[in-house]
Design a binder for this molecule. Structure first.
Ligand code: NAP
Length: 388
């Protein structure tokens, strides 16, 4: 086996932690001695052993003199687990091959330095591109403090997300819908606009075996989410956050006391929702009765939401794109034509001229059943997180 094979194996192992480790990164590690793999490990769950310690725990013989292949720079700080650099030094490992640098300022470069100072040979940036691709969410969250937003939609070949009647079950095939369920498991949050809640009364849950429900987030300026909606009725079991824009209430998270003090019609609706177990984050825009999406993203980041699957509708999608808050588009393209005046994934007023378009770059395309799953990312320099 080659060095590439060992790192590929570490990458495969890292993927097993998907959905369970957030807001930590996915990390895999393989320990090799005399041309044989003697230990493998990965970060399996938030709070559990890091990949390097897991691999060391699993070794079949002494790791003295061995090489460890690890997809991310070993940590050197005390978090939920003690530093991995200590474990590597104590184990007698003599060579460390690292994929991605850790963008976390408390680790970046320090992990490598500690290992080198201990006399260990360190190779950095080995298969960096492949290792970086494991953790776009972590890389974005740790450097900005805000969630990575993946906008997802299913669309026909003529660009429609529903028939002219509004019926949208189903645009894409079963295999595509399963992929979406996997994304709901992998990303910590899922977000929709109130238009979608009022129209569809969605569940926004993860319905695959062993899957974890995302935190449901509804962008709802005036707290119109019905207290009898599925989302409200299940909020005591499945974490649910409403982003509101109610001027008479304070900015930030709203408590029952806040809504009682106000006593307005909107506040009364808020009280009913709070009693159901919903959390309300109130961030009105200065000049508009709509949610300040930048402030809301900051607050969600602080609440530990590192990634969001944005599932529409078109009005919210347009706002999120216009504000530069979307890091990835995941499109399921179905070989069907609906025709007529039907909804598209992005509404709003649109640009006047093609030259004013927001620009994206295709990143990946895969065949999923009869559909295509296409990934696009903002073109470098065109849109990225804008500071507010
Ligand atoms: N096929 C699919 O994949 C799919 C997926 C999702 C939805 N849909 C369909 O899309 C339709 C709903 O889409 P929609 O465009 O009408 O509504 P929407 O995007 O779900 O919700 C938009 C609403 O969110 C609220 N909002 C609060 N702050 C906002 C902000 N800063 N920017 C934008 N919106 C903000 C606004 O209402 P307030 O001001 O009252 O808060 C706004 O009208 C439904 O028919 C649904 O079935 C289809």
């Amino acid at each position: 086996m080659t060095e590439e094979n060992y790192m590929e194996r570490a990458i495969e192992l890292a993927k097993r932690g998907r959905g369970y480790v957030n807001p930590n990164p996915l990390v895999g590690a393989v320990i090799v001695k005399d041309g044989r793999i003697i230990g493998e490990g990965y970060h399996a769950k938030y709070g559990d052993l890091h990949a390097e310690r897991d691999a060391l725990k699993n070794v079949t013989e002494s790791p003295e003199g061995a090489t460890i292949y690890v997809t991310l720079e070993p940590c050197c700080h005390h978090g939920k687990q003690p530093p991995c650099t200590d474990a590597i030094i104590e184990s007698g490992i003599k060579r460390v091959v690292i994929g991605s640098a850790d963008p976390n300022p408390v680790v970046n470069g320090h992990g490598v330095k500690i290992l080198r100072d201990a006399g260990i040979e360190v190779i950095e940036g080995f298969m960096k591109k492949e290792c970086d691709a494991l953790n776009p969410v972590f890389m974005h969250y740790i450097t900005t403090g805000r969630p990575y937003v993946m906008m997802k939609y299913a669309m026909t070949a003529d660009g429609k997300i529903a028939a002219k009647t509004g019926a949208s079950r189903y645009v894409s095939g079963e295999e595509s819908r399963y992929e979406v369920q996997k994304l709901r498991h992998e990303l910590k949050g899922i977000m929709v606009g109130i238009g979608t809640v009022l129209m569809d009364d969605p569940k926004l849950t993860c319905r695959i075996e062993g899957g974890i429900n995302p935190v449901r987030i509804v962008c709802d300026s005036r707290l119109r989410t019905p207290s009898v909606s599925y989302i409200a009725e299940t909020a005591s079991e499945i974490p649910t956050i409403i982003l509101s824009a109610v001027r008479e209430l304070k900015t930030g998270e709203i408590t029952e006391e806040d809504v009682k003090t106000s006593g307005s019609e909107t506040a009364i609706r808020g009280e009913r929702l709070l009693q159901k177990g919903v959390r309300i984050f109130n961030y009105p825009l200065k000049d508009e009765a709509r949610v300040d999406l930048h402030e809301a993203m900051k607050a969600l980041g602080k609440a530990g939401i590192d990634g969001i699957l944005l599932e529409g509708g078109g009005t919210l999608n347009e706002s999120m794109l216009r504000e530069g808050l979307v890091q990835e588009i995941r499109m399921f393209l179905s070989p069907k034509i609906f025709g007529g005046k039907a909804k598209t994934p992005v509404e709003g007023i649109g640009v006047e001229d093609p030259k004013d378009a927001q620009l994206f770059t295709w990143k990946d395309v895969q065949i999923v059943g009869k559909d295509l799953m296409v990934t696009a990312v903002p073109q470098e320099g065109d849109t990225c997180l804008q500071e507010s």
